[in-house]
Write a protein that binds this ligand. Structure first.
Ligand code: FAE
Length: 544
């Protein structure tokens, strides 16, 4: 990138960021840098836009930026809220340890990944509200999702990991890996603002005592650990520990949103997209239906929500080019509904297939009394145990915090395993929703793989598993995932650039494209693939 294009981009980002802030301040559901559009914010949707992007997560944000840069008027429809309005105490997001209504999407109780501590329920009642974290339940699996302008970037752990090239080639063999690793992964890392922790500070600080302890235990058992890049600003974190700035990662914040420090998409791609002047974001707009008009354009049925999930209005809007960026769960559901209710009948049997939880398993170990994790724990993981080269049980285990503000003598991990089992979705007409078919047995291979390594770590360190964290006595939790992947897999439900088979000008641009597993935390892969795909779509389908 040249110096002048860098300057243009940051000016654009500034404009976009200003638009995001002022929209929140005025309570608008439309965010745009064009004043005329902001003024008619409460007037619902335009009847038509050349391009519509559903969602505002990673795939969606990349797509909107590149469409906007190409001069294409683009509307983004997001079912969640814009998270930029401080409450009386100055916070935008709910505290992590005492969740309020802002924490969860339309729930009456918080639903933390750790259900209990010493078997005591740690969740609390909250007011039903369009909050930032959703947990969608399907039998033996539930899926955590971010809701709001920025999608998963608002609630995730910020770990920004480029997958091993050999594994990327294994999961997506049809994609030119030279191009991905030469162009698109570097581009994604730069635009996302990925940074690395200062190694000297890491060794010295209080915030990562918990990670250094887990490293000590892992190394004693012969494992190697690797630093994990992040989109949390590590310089800001260093100043948090020094007491120079308000705390966020060091105030236990993560899954209910970070009040400071995190480069979520509203600070990066979406700000830049708005700054092009061609992109408008409409919030609290849930797309429910997609059909095709006689002239070949798409018509969307959109439900406008209020802050408690009630329906304000149902409207329609049209698009020539339609991009689905509603995430693995959201985009898959939209396509399945369209196929099975007959509004897009040419969609194929590949829709809804190839889903996986990225082999996620959570596990806790009980530490000896003298092995302290420390009361201060950064909410943003910075280290992982890398056993991915184990030929029988490949595992990448991020060393996760348990940021309660007091010593708990627990080491926590989120393991990513290589589990070949895949689930699928079907459309359920009675509930008008997609249902996931995934069984506990399918998840067992992930537990078995993680157990091999954590048994070894426990054995060498004379430690044991915690049995009190997941609501019953199980030591391993694989009944939820942070990393839903698949449902409209690249090269199967779509061509190799995300064009949905059976229809032209219809694209998938999010985690649905990835066949169930990336071997690492997925958002860098989703971002880089979206960059690659939109390049091709702009060149061949839109600018032609
Ligand atoms: P996503 O970010 O989920 O965005 C989809 C958007 O579409 C959301 O804003 C939805 O509200 C919206 N939407 C859905 N349906 C509709 C509809 N019908 N109409 C309008 N809008 C709709 O999609 N990944 C990492 O790489 N590193 C991490 O550290 C990490 N930690 C995580 C921690 C948590 C608690 C969670 C939940 C996830 C974490 N992830 C992490 C996963 C990561 O956030 C996720 O893979 C991406 O956000 C998925 O990006 P997509 O573009 O697929």
């Amino acid at each position: 990138m040249t110096q002048s294009s860098r300057r243009t981009l940051s000016r654009r980002k500034f404009l976009g960021y200003a638009a995001l802030s002022s929209a929140a301040a005025y309570g608008l559901t439309t965010v745009s840098t064009r004043p005329a559009q902001a003024a008619d914010a409460r007037d619902g949707l335009p009847d038509f836009s050349p391009a519509v992007v559903i969602g505002t997560g990673y795939g969606a944000a990349v797509t909107a930026l590149r469409l906007g840069e190409a001069g294409i008027p683009t509307v983004m429809l997001e079912m969640g809220q814009l998270w930029d309005t401080p409450t009386a105490d100055g916070s935008i997001f709910s505290p992590m340890l005492s969740p309020d209504k802002r924490s969860m999407w339309l729930k009456n109780r918080s639903e933390m990944p750790l259900a209990s501590f010493l078997w005591i329920d740690i969740n609390t009642g909250i007011e039903r509200y369009a909050g930032v974290l959703d947990r969608v339940h399907y039998g033996d699996m539930s899926v955590y999702l971010g809701r709001g302008v920025g999608g998963g970037s608002l609630v995730n752990g910020a770990m920004a990991v480029t997958p091993r090239r050999s594994y990327f080639e294994e999961i997506l063999p049809g994609i030119d890996a030279d191009e991905m690793y030469g162009t698109y992964f570097p581009r994604a890392n730069e635009e996302l603002g990925v940074n690395e922790i200062d190694r000297d500070w890491f060794e010295d600080c209080d915030s990562y005592q918990y990670a250094r302890l887990s490293r000590k235990h892992a190394e004693k058992a012969g494992y190697r650990t690797v630093f994990v890049p992040s989109v949390y600003d590590f310089d800001y974190m260093r100043r948090e520990e020094a007491g120079e700035v308000p705390r966020s990662a060091l105030d236990s914040e993560v899954i209910f949103g970070n009040n400071h420090g995190k480069r979520s998409l509203d600070k990066t791609y979406l700000a830049a997209a708005l700054g092009t002047g061609n992109v408008t974001i409409k919030t609290l707009q849930e797309v429910r239906g997609i059909r095709r008009s006689a002239d070949g354009t798409y018509r969307l049925t959109v439900r406008e929500l209020d802050e408690t999930g009630g329906t304000v209005a149902r409207r329609e809007m049209g698009a020539r080019h339609l991009f689905l960026g509603a995430g693995s769960i959201g985009s898959t559901e939209l396509l399945l509904r369209a196929r099975d209710t007959g509004t897009l009948p040419r969609l194929g049997g590949e829709i809804g297939q190839g889903w996986g939880p990225n082999g996620n398993v959570m596990v806790g170990r009980a530490n000896h009394a003298w092995d302290l994790t420390g009361p201060l724990q950064s909410g943003m993981p910075a280290l992982g145990i890398d056993a991915w080269d184990d030929p029988d049980n490949p595992v990448f285990a991020e060393i996760a915090p348990m940021p309660a503000g007091v010593e708990l003598w627990v080491s926590l991990y989120l393991a990513i395993t290589k589990n070949p089992a895949r689930g699928h979705f079907t459309y359920d007409a009675a509930s008008d929703s997609a249902q996931l078919h995934w069984t506990a047995e399918q998840g067992q291979a992930s537990i078995d793989a993680a157990k091999v390594h954590f048994d070894r770590i426990n054995g060498v360190n004379n430690t044991v598993y915690r049995h009190d964290l997941f609501g019953d006595t199980r030591p391993f939790e694989n009944r939820f995932t942070y990393h839903p992947l698949g449902g409209a897999v690249l090269g199967e439900a779509t061509d190799l650039y995300g064009r949905v088979k059976g229809y032209d000008n219809l694209y998938v641009t999010d985690g649905s494209l990835i066949p169930g597993s990336t071997g690492v935390n997925p958002f860098v892969t989703i971002t880089a693939l979206a960059e690659r795909n939109v390049d091709r779509v702009l060149a061949e389908d839109i600018r032609r």
